[in-house]
Structure formats: structure tokens, C-alpha cells
Design a protein around this ligand. Structure first.
Ligand SMILES: [Fe+2]
Ligand SMILES: [Fe+2]
Length: 264
């Protein structure tokens, strides 16, 4: 089966890029299941019910999250609306939504998606993602496809968790840094690894935000209003994995790094 993993979706252009990419390629490339990180889908911070549904309607099957999960309050007021969305597992047990979920495709194939948050350079109250991943892996009594979205800042932490889980999960793909890395690979025991899947959103931007605010904030060290562009060239970033359902291993892969015009 073919699984497409899309990196962080940022603002309206990110949602449009996902819609356009999936509308053009999902059927054409025979993609069976789509995962997208939605932590920046709503104005760059958080994921509203409306925008969760928009991503679902565009063809995304599972929406993961990250450190911006708390920016939008709707997951707290209407958690039942986020049926196919997960948030980082290693947050407090009282945080709404779950951190891992088993999906069943139309062909009856089971696929577990897990969302974990890194601890290096992300000051939140997350628990140890290594031990938490051990716990999640033990939940499956049968061998099933298991894709992990590791939302983390430090490249070494991402590689370490992938190596730690090598041979025990299908793939570990990084999100959060919004810049796609050119290091997709199969590790020694068969787990697929990519340090960062990149960003879906405005091409002419700083990580999906308008450049002026980002420059001002970085240059001065003072808070600045970060605004997401609403028009302009878009980019779609992610990775397509061809997975053998029997072995649950990735047999081939290709990065998605495409620019598209916003033809609204
Ligand atoms: Fe992000
Ligand atoms: Fe993030």
C-alpha cells in the first residue's frame, strides 16, 4: 500500500496546497492513506474544527499535531469533532484526543499512527518519548503497519528515537522544523526514517509565515505579529512510502517537494 505523509500544514495556503496536491495526485499515484501534520493549519497556530474538516475533505485520513496543539481551544471544547486526529501522546492523560490510533483502510489494512513530541528545545511537560513508544508498541499483539510522527526540534533526537525503534515500527518521520531534509532512508533493521518531512504552505515565506514579521522578530529579539500569507505560490512537502502489508516494511519511497501556483 502507498502511504503519503505530509509535513506541517501552515495556514490557508497550506490547506490549499494539500487540497491541490491530493486532488491532482492522490488517485493518480494510487495513494491509499494520507497523514498530515495539522498543528499550524489554523492561522499558523493550532487546528480548528473547521480546518480539521477541510483537511479531511481534501483527502487526509489522519491529522497529527504538535507543540501548537494548545493554541486553538476547540479540541478542548469539541474533542468529539476530531475523530481522525491525534495529538502528542506524551502529554498529560487529561489532554483531549488520543496520542495513537489504529486506522483500517478501505482494503481492510490496519495502520497505527502515533504522534510524539520531542524534549530537546521544546519546553513543555512531555514525558519520555522513548519509553512511551515502547508502551505503544506493546499494545499491538499482531504485526501491523506503524507510522510515528515525531514532532521534534533536534535532528539528533529524531535519529536516536528512530534507531531506538528500528525494526519495531514501520516508519518514523519528523515534523516541526518546517524544512524538508534530504535524508530518507531505511535503517539497518528495516524502519524507514526521515528527519523532517517539511512544510505545506507559502513558498515565499519564513517557515510558512510572512517574511516581514519573522525578520523583525529575529532581528530585534522582540515579539512581532506573525501573519500567514493568504495568496501566492505554494509548496507541498512530504514523503510517499510504498509499504508491504505482510512484512509491514517500506519497500520504496520518494520525497514530495513540489511548488504550485495558487489558482484560486
Ligand atoms: Fe509546525
Ligand atoms: Fe511544532
Amino acid at each position: 500500500m502507498k502511504v503519503l505523509f505530509l509535513g506541517d500544514v501552515v495556514g490557508p495556503l497550506g490547506r490549499k496546497a494539500v487540497k491541490k496536491y491530493l486532488g491532482t495526485y492522490k488517485e493518480k499515484l494510487g495513494i491509499d492513506f494520507v497523514i498530515a501534520n495539522g498543528e499550524n493549519a489554523t492561522h499558523g497556530h493550532g487546528l480548528s474544527v473547521e480546518h480539521y474538516k477541510e483537511l479531511k475533505n481534501s483527502g487526509v485520513d489522519c491529522v497529527t499535531n504538535g507543540n501548537h496543539f494548545f493554541n486553538c481551544k476547540e479540541p478542548f471544547s469539541s474533542p468529539e469533532s476530531y475523530t481522525d486526529s491525534i495529538r502528542p501522546y506524551n502529554l498529560d492523560k487529561d489532554v483531549p484526543l488520543s496520542g495513537t490510533k489504529v486506522f483500517v483502510t478501505s482494503n481492510g489494512i490496519k495502520i497505527r499512527v502515533t504522534n510524539l513530541l520531542g524534549r530537546v528545545f521544546i519546553p513543555m511537560t512531555q514525558t519520555n518519548p522513548f519509553y512511551d513508544l515502547d508502551t505503544i508498541i506493546k499494545e499491538d499483539k499482531e504485526k501491523i503497519i506503524h507510522i510515528v510522527d515525531f514532532h521534534a526540534e533536534a535532528t539528533a533526537e529524531k535519529r536516536c528515537l528512530a534507531e531506538y525503534a528500528d525494526g519495531r515500527i514501520t516508519a518514523l518521520i519528523g515534523t516541526h522544523t518546517h524544512v524538508q531534509t534530504n535524508d530518507p532512508k531505511l535503517l539497518n533493521k528495516g524502519t524507514f526514517f526521515l528527519t523532517d518531512s517539511g512544510m505545506n504552505g507559502a513558498y515565499d515565506s519564513v517557515l510558512g509565515d510572512e517574511k516581514d514579521g519573522s525578520i523583525k522578530r529575529t532581528l530585534s529579539g522582540m515579539p512581532a505579529n506573525l501573519v500567514v500569507p493568504r495568496a501566492g505560490k505554494m509548496q507541498a512537502n512530504g514523503v510517499i512510502m510504498d509499504i508491504d502489508e505482510k512484512t509491514t516494511r517500506v519497500v520504496s519511497f520518494s520525497l514530495v517537494n513540489q511548488t504550485m501556483e495558487d489558482d484560486r
